[in-house]
Design a protein around this ligand. Structure first.
Ligand code: FE
Ligand code: FE
Ligand code: ZN
Length: 286
């Protein structure tokens, strides 16, 4: 058993205290949830009582930090003003609401430039962040590394570095590394993990890295597809993903699974990673 921090993506439909309960059931000490309908719908108000109860459970269970994921249909790097305004509104509302939640990081996809070119895209994303972040904000905001599918921004570490360099309150920003996405983008974390992290360190800085999405990939390195697989059922493989969690530059970070699973499958993967064996999760009886 190691001291690594690991959990999975959870449904927030039943509130915060319920997510702490799901975390307990899956053997997790971190987790991720969508701040609202991932398709970008209207946000419900959060129940303060529920958040207070969650705070007590999280402290008792040693949960945290946790990741709040912005709806993935937002496109902050869009050239369309209404699309960008919508992203600004969602970010501002989400950050305001998340300021009540203890130990939370806010993760988002940098967006797609939709044919306008990388530089226009990174500038668009930076503009949304500059219009959203305030000096008072205490919730760290994470840019997610992306697969580079279509005109997606963030498939190359240098694109994230460029966004960071254009944001005023850049000390509030960090990066979440998604193993499926970087693999699909062409970073071979199976054979060359040290080199990939060295490149990340040179271009972005490892001190920016705040979280890892731990996923296997259905496709080859460099495929730019973004289809997640269960750990050990994809082309990255269980051993390489285990090495990610044990790497000295990464092992202190929260690891969140976004693999195609229900709670029972997640509990199994969490146990396998904690114990370091691909067969450690049979007979869980959830
Ligand atoms: Fe994501
Ligand atoms: Fe992800
Ligand atoms: Zn993905």
């Amino acid at each position: 058993m190691t001291g690594i921090r690991i959990g999975c993506h959870l449904s927030c439909a039943k509130g915060f205290a319920h997510m702490a309960e799901d975390a307990r059931k899956t053997g997790a000490d971190t987790f991720q949830f969508f701040t609202r309908n991932p398709r970008g719908g209207k946000s419900r108000d959060w129940d303060r009582e529920d958040i207070a109860r969650y705070g007590r459970l999280a402290a008792a269970q040693g949960i945290g930090p946790v990741i709040a994921h912005a709806p993935y249909t937002l496109n902050p790097s869009s050239g369309d003003e209404r699309t960008r305004d919508f992203a600004c509104r969602v970010f501002s509302e989400d950050l305001e609401k998340l300021s009540q939640v203890p130990g939370v990081l806010y993760n988002f996809h940098p967006g797609s430039h939709t044919g306008r070119g990388i530089r226009a895209g990174t500038e668009g994303t930076a503009r949304v962040l500059n219009e959203t972040l305030t000096r008072e904000n205490r919730v760290p905001v994470l840019l997610e590394t992306m697969a580079g599918k279509g005109s997606e921004i963030g498939g190359d570490f240098r694109e994230l570095a460029e966004i960071l360099s254009l944001v005023q309150f850049e000390e509030q920003l960090g990066v979440c590394l998604d193993t499926c996405h970087v693999w699909d983008a062409g970073y071979n974390i199976r054979e060359d993990l040290d080199d990939v992290l060295e490149t990340f360190d040179r271009q972005i800085g490892l001190k920016r890295l705040c979280a890892v999405h731990l996923n296997d990939s259905k496709n080859a390195c460099g495929s730019r597809k973004d289809r997640h697989a269960k750990l050990g059922e994809g082309l990255i493989g269980f051993d390489a993903l285990l090495r990610v969690t044990r790497h000295p530059a990464l092992s202190h970070l929260p690891f969140v699974l976004e693999t195609p699973n229900e709670l029972e499958g997640y509990a199994r993967e969490i146990r396998c990673i904690r114990e370091g064996r691909p067969d450690a999760g049979s007979d869980l009886g959830l």
